[in-house]
Design a protein around this ligand. Structure first.
Ligand SMILES: NC(=O)c1ccc[n+]([C@@H]2O[C@H](COP(=O)([O-])OP(=O)(O)OC[C@H]3O[C@@H](n4cnc5c(N)ncnc54)[C@H](O)[C@@H]3O)[C@@H](O)[C@H]2O)c1
Ligand SMILES: O=C(O)C(=O)C[C@]1(C(=O)O)C=C[C@@H](O)C=C1
Length: 300
């Protein structure tokens, strides 16, 4: 009889088992090659009770210090503005050689807040990750085991990250079904500003603009929303705390992309005003080409 290979981690701890954290737990619960023991920890008693009910963790803890004591890997899955605070709670309790990770949607400010904390714990490897997958829903009921399937997961390891820790986190995300790419925190934040943060800003804004026109159009907005507007309302339904933290933490990159967008939108407006068909058609053709390449890359 051959022995089963050891799992990637003995104990994997998820702090904040909401949409992303509970999706990691579900996948790891279904594939025990990822971790022998799964621990969930959340500040909210309602979330803890629900995670226990769902049965997706072997233990559910209220106290982050108790939760991480035996961890080989801890993944912080809380809103961006709370990541460093949670790290400050758990770092002193983590064992030497363990890995600390997080899944925040912004990396530069998180790294800036983490650097002074990490310098006191040279035996903990910090490997930030960002799965480019999600939905407009939050909380432990929103998660599902296939959320990361075929999606990208961006890693932003600080210079000097030990190779075995980086390899472990890479393997973890590959076992989640994701494709993995490493990049710097600065590049990450600029890429996410254009592909994720600006589109959300536009969606929140267009819904607000439509709502401000309430007297004139609101009933029509609701009646006829099975149109282009509907696609904006899906992402505009996203969690306010999460998006407040993203916008305020990725301020510079987001404002830069917003300025570019405003200039391009004004150019399109000018083309419509002056009847410049070439400009209008070439802009639409570029949009269609981008959609086609997303479909070819299985990201649509
Ligand atoms: N939603 C997405 O599409 C998406 C995708 C990729 C990455 N992210 C990032 O992942 C993180 C989590 O997002 P989510 O959508 O899963 O959020 P969520 O609201 O579904 O879950 C967050 C959980 O963190 C808990 N929490 C908050 N503060 C805490 C604290 N101090 N200590 C312990 N638990 C705490 C909450 O109670 C909640 O259960 C965010 O940083 C977000 O930017 C989100
Ligand atoms: O699909 C959605 O609803 C999402 O908002 C997911 C999405 C995105 O913008 O692509 C949102 C934020 C994350 O950091 C990563 C993924």
């Amino acid at each position: 009889m051959t022995d089963k290979p050891a799992p990637l981690f003995d104990t994997l701890v998820i702090i904040g088992p909401g949409l992303i954290g509970s999706s990691i737990l579900r996948r790891a619960h279904a594939d025990r090659r990822i971790a022998r023991r799964l621990v969930a920890c959340d500040i909210s008693p309602a979330v803890r009770a629900r995670v226990a009910e769902l049965g997706i963790a072997d233990a559910v803890e209220a106290d982050p210090v108790a939760a991480v004591r035996d961890a080989d890997c801890v993944i912080i899955c809380v809103p961006v503005g709370a990541i460093a605070m949670v790290a400050a709670q758990v770092l002193p309790a983590m064992k030497k050689g363990a890995i600390l990770s997080e899944v925040g949607s912004v990396k530069v400010t998180v790294m800036e807040a983490m650097a002074p904390l990490l310098s006191a714990y040279p035996d903990i490897a910090f490997v930030p990750a960002h799965p480019m997958a999600g939905t407009e829903f939050s909380g432990p009921d929103a998660g599902f085991a296939t959320l990361f399937e075929d999606r990208w997961c961006l890693l932003t390891p600080p210079v000097g990250t030990p190779a075995p820790a980086l390899a472990c986190v890479t393997t973890l995300w590959e076992m989640m079904g994701a494709r993995v790419r490493d990049m710097t925190v600065e590049h990450h934040d600029r890429v996410c500003a254009i592909v994720s943060h600006l589109p959300h800003l536009l969606a929140f804004t267009i819904c607000g603009t439509a709502d401000d026109l309430a007297d004139e159009t609101r009933s029509e907005v609701l009646d006829f929303a099975a149109s282009g507007f509907r696609d904006f309302t899906r992402i505009a339904a996203s969690d306010p705390t999460m998006w407040r933290d993203i916008f305020l933490n990725n301020r510079e990159a987001l404002l830069d992309m917003l300025d570019r967008f405003i200039a391009d939108a004004q150019a399109m407006g000018q083309a419509i005003r002056t009847g410049n068909e070439d400009v209008i058609v070439s802009r639409i053709q570029r949009g269609r080409a981008i959609r086609r390449s997303l479909i070819e890359n299985r990201q649509a």
